[in-house]
Design a protein. Structure first.
Length: 289
């Protein structure tokens, strides 16, 4: 797992930080899943490479992960490390393919007309990862499927609100165009980084949708699976705090300093989660009204 672990550690992402709550075997499995997701996402995000070339590269990843889901030896070293994980936890190709389809959407779509269209993207790049993750975490109640879908959408909408400035710099707007029109915000205002009360109300409407999914995740997670979902719950807590920080800044992400949780804040959240876990507490720390 050396390549998967190295990529996971290098990323320093919120997702990677949550793995610390897992036993070694499941932590390594999640590192392999994360490495796959990170690799295909990096292919899609490499704007210096022509779209046609990136499309071919993603097709190569699809063919290789199909091999990894079977008995043929994959060509890519990350998939070679991932193959025994796929076999052990019975990860379905269909969900891995959904992740690639989400990356392919980034090659073709720079705007989303409606919230429903955006949520399909959120499902592919986040909920599908959640559905794969719960297989590694191990669950007993099938309601965990809905939990993973809801939490994935909540996390991705939070990401979108945080990254509006960076996405705009690449000519990309994820906020639905019908919501822009409803609040009188133009595409050019977002691309130019112009903050206004109208933008605040627009962002607030997307945040309300994110809060709705956090609340659904919170109420859907079965009691008997709360302990198994400790890493996912930590992710929910971290991103919920990020959403609250965005709200405290009135969603103004256009300044020179990015809105994000500090390393200290993340460590405090992880330490708090560890203390609650060791004490036997499974109280959800996000999605409160």
């Amino acid at each position: 797992m050396q390549h998967s672990r190295a990529l996971t550690q290098k990323s320093a992402s919120n997702l990677a930080l949550a793995f610390i709550m897992l036993p070694r075997r499941r932590r390594d499995a999640m590192a392999a899943l994360y490495a796959f997701c990170r690799a295909v996402d990096d292919v899609a995000d490499e704007d210096a490479i022509p779209v046609a070339t990136r499309r071919e590269q993603l097709a190569a990843w699809r063919a290789d992960i199909r091999r990894a889901c079977g008995t043929d030896k994959p060509e890519f070293v990350l998939n070679q490390e991932f193959q025994p994980v796929i076999a052990e936890f019975k990860l379905p190709f269909a969900l891995l393919d959904e992740v690639i389809k989400g990356c392919e959407m980034d090659l073709d779509i720079l705007r989303y007309e409606t919230q429903e269209q955006l949520e399909q993207y959120c499902y592919r790049v986040a909920s599908a990862v959640g559905l794969l993750s719960i297989e590694i975490f191990s669950y007993r109640n099938q309601a965990c499927h809905d939990y993973a879908i809801y939490l994935g959408k909540a996390l991705q909408l939070t990401n979108i609100l945080r990254d509006v400035k960076n996405d705009a710099a690449r000519g990309r707007i994820y906020l639905p165009l019908n919501e822009l029109a409803r609040f009188g915000v133009t595409e050019q205002e977002i691309l130019a980084g112009n903050y206004s009360d109208r933008y605040f109300k627009l962002a607030e409407s997307i945040a309300a949708r994110a809060r709705h999914f956090y609340q659904l995740a919170r109420t859907t997670l079965p009691a008997e699976d709360r302990k198994a979902m400790v890493a996912a719950e930590l992710m929910g807590t971290v991103y919920w705090q990020l959403l609250r920080k965005l709200e405290a800044n009135r969603f103004n992400v256009f300044g020179a300093k990015p809105v994000k949780l500090s390393k200290f804040e993340k460590i405090a959240l992880i330490f708090g989660a560890w203390l609650r876990f060791t004490a036997g507490s499974t109280t959800t720390r996000y999605g409160q009204p």
